[in-house]
Design a protein around this ligand. Structure first.
Ligand SMILES: Cc1cc2nc3c(=O)[nH]c(=O)nc-3n(C[C@H](O)[C@H](O)[C@H](O)COP(=O)(O)OP(=O)(O)OC[C@H]3O[C@@H](n4cnc5c(N)ncnc54)[C@H](O)[C@@H]3O)c2cc1C
Length: 613
């Protein structure tokens, strides 16, 4: 952690014992978004408590650095061993910095199809659908079209009417594309998959041009801190404290009021001092899909056996807290290519080229350093991936759902909710306007296949031997065999794709999984052997999901936590069903909507108190 961050931290006010209208736990992507909007009202005070520090290093700003993992600014959490992937443990990537994941992520700023968000409403979340979220997708963004040369040379398409014109997050395109991107696009066009002009119109299936969270003028990362916090940090009613870890939500409990959140307790990372701070209106959890369920469990809300094992007094037995965790498991196939144009992504491994490219970026903000993961991505429907799609859908609906779920699903409400999710997933898998898998269209031979609608469900639970340590993150990848089957079919699709005539110019040779791997088991075994199978795309979500209580939800559609008062959740843990997209654009929209919901209910409270009821 750089010294500048420490200095900033020591200049922060001592909030111990003080009272704010709102306390936001976690100053990551959603926390800073909500804090900005709530503090627009000068009569409301907002405190944000963040475990990480401010970091404005160049490593968080230059897009090309978004291609490698900035582990210095992440927590160090190994997952629990995965029984279905050779007992492997995978790193759990979560940003530990002001701005959270938005500061260290891959900068892709894309949305899922309309059907993905409409599915949230079908799960009983009134008002959570594509149309209502479109307003917030726009509110959170400002769009800048790609440079004319790239539009002409690469055929980039877009429709700016689906983005905002004055939102905080900058949606734009790097001003550089690798030349082979043209050949890659030719091969995807030849697949006969959809080619929507604008993916953000609710039509994110096919080969897509997507924007990056990128400030177009200086070609640096646009993220929650520089977009939502820096411009408003001088507000006297907004306070951010860093290097502080919240370890308990404080409740008033009486027969009359039930459990009412009154504040939080936090520990300073620098001197280990423990303090309490109070909220007049709401405690808002924005600690992310890994730490929000942990904090609820530490505070006595969670599965009874998990709490008891960790020595936490049970305030309310809530099996759903930490269940329903989802992510996008993925496989990497690797092809050796010849005759790649120069430059290509491997050119940056040459120190001479790298130095020249860096100088080009520093001087005039052009060249490969302006690009993170690029702007070309394909999202494929199950029908495009495999002819077996209707057989797969039939398998899903015929399954005994309970057989492929973790033990916490012995709870009948959780199981009912999953069955409803399962029916929705089966429907989405049978449609051509919803994606089943992602294939980034990269101009080199690493072909990623990422499963978008897992049926397996993970869990986040307290570590019984150290409740304040990292939680136990169990993805349960492939617990449902259909997930494994679809990922294998994606690898087969990738194989067929690289055999296309448009790609003959590269003379691709499949090295991993390798042509000798033909059966499902052989493909999976070869991927595992090379560590080319991953449980996570860093898209942890769903662990405190928004669903009716009768479906095992943790929050209602107004994002308040069931069985409590004065407590809400706004982060990726509320996602009921993971959408087929990277998550950040969705989470900015969710947080914008969350802020409106919180504002509305708190002005209503004021009105009713003025009117005396
Ligand atoms: C490596 C990586 C790459 C990614 N790539 C992309 C991408 O290219 N495109 C995309 O769309 N999405 C991407 N994502 C996902 C996206 O960044 C996340 O989905 C998003 O940041 C989630 O927002 P959040 O507010 O829920 O959580 P976060 O942004 O993770 O914020 C949670 C914050 O809470 C803090 N916190 C946690 N516990 C406590 C506590 N007890 N007390 C105080 N503070 C606490 C954390 O330090 C963190 O800052 C990526 C994520 C990662 C990690």
């Amino acid at each position: 952690i750089p010294n500048t961050s420490q200095a900033k931290s020591s200049a922060e006010p001592d909030v111990g014992g003080k009272t704010f209208d709102y306390i936001v736990v976690g100053g990551g992507l959603t926390g800073l978004t909500v804090a900005n909007r709530l503090s627009e009202d000068g009569d409301r005070s907002v405190l944000v408590i963040e475990n990480g520090f401010v970091n404005d290093d160049v490593s968080t700003q230059i897009p090309a650095f978004g291609n490698s993992l900035n582990t210095d600014l992440m927590y160090d959490i190994p997952s629990a061993p995965n029984a279905n992937i050779d007992d492997q443990s995978f790193p759990v990537y979560v940003g530990n910095v002001v701005g959270g994941g938005s500061v260290i992520n891959g900068m892709a700023l894309d949305r899922a199809s309309a059907a993905d968000y409409d599915a949230w409403e079908q799960l009983g979340n009134n008002g959570w659908n594509w149309n209502s979220l479109l307003y917030y997708f726009k509110k959170s963004t400002t769009f800048t079209p790609p440079v004319a040369d790239n539009v002409k040379n690469f055929g980039i398409t877009y429709d700016s009417s689906y983005y905002g014109t004055d939102g905080p997050i900058q949606a734009s395109f790097p001003n550089f594309e690798y030349p082979d991107t043209k050949t890659i696009w030719k091969s995807f066009k030849a697949e006969g998959i959809p080619l929507p002009r604008e993916h953000a119109a609710g039509t994110a299936v096919g080969a897509l041009w997507i924007p990056t969270a990128l400030q177009p003028k200086n070609q640096t990362r646009s993220q929650a801190k520089n977009a939502y916090y820096d411009p408003v940090k001088s507000r006297s009613n907004l306070v951010l404290i860093t290097g502080k870890r919240v370890n308990e939500i404080l409740f008033d409990q009486s027969l009359l009021t039930g459990l009412k959140a009154k504040g939080v307790q936090f520990v300073s990372r620098s001197d280990q001092s423990v303090k309490q701070v109070y909220a007049k209106r709401e405690v808002i959890l924005a600690a992310g899909a890994v730490f929000t369920p942990q904090l609820l469990q530490l505070s006595g809300l969670g599965p009874k056996d998990v709490l008891t094992a960790a020595g936490v007094k049970v305030k309310k037995d809530m099996p759903a807290v930490g269940a329903n965790m989802q992510d996008h498991p993925n496989a990497y196939a690797y092809f050796d290519l010849k005759n790649m144009s120069t430059p290509n992504p491997f050119s940056l491994l040459d120190p001479v080229y790298m130095a020249a490219a860096r100088a080009q970026y520093d001087t005039n903000k052009t060249g490969p350093y302006t690009q993170a993961h690029g702007s070309s991505i394909a999202f494929l429907s199950l029908q495009s991936i495999t002819e077996k799609y209707s057989q797969i859908v039939n398998t899903i609906t015929a399954q005994n759902a309970r057989s492929f779920l973790p033990s916490v699903y012995a709870d009948s409400t959780l199981l009912r909710g999953f069955q409803k999710q399962r029916d929705i997933i089966a429907n989405l898998y049978s449609r051509s306007d919803a994606a089943a898998g992602e294939v980034p269209m990269v101009p080199f031979g690493v072909a990623i296949s990422a499963l978008q609608r897992p049926l397996s469900r993970g869990t986040v639970t307290l570590n019984p031997s150290n409740k304040y340590g990292n939680p136990v993150v169990q993805w349960n990848t492939f617990q449902n065999p259909v997930d494994r089957q679809i990922l294998v079919e994606m690898v087969r699709w990738t194989r067929k794709h690289w055999a296309r005539t448009e790609l003959n110019c590269f003379s691709p040779i499949e090295l991993i999984p390798g042509v000798e791997a033909q059966t499902d088991d052989e493909i999976i075994d070869a991927l595992i052997q090379h560590n080319y199978l991953q449980a996570s795309f860093a898209h942890m979500s769903g662990s405190c999901s928004m669903m009716p209580q009768s479906y095992g939800g943790v929050v209602a559609s107004d994002l308040t936590v069931y069985n409590t008062k004065g407590l809400s959740i706004v982060d990726a843990s509320i996602i009921p069903l993971i959408p087929a997209t990277h998550l950040q654009a969705t989470m900015y929209a969710v947080a914008e909507k969350a802020a409106d919901l919180i504002k509305a209910r708190n002005s209503a409270t004021l009105l009713s108190s003025l009117l005396g009821f």
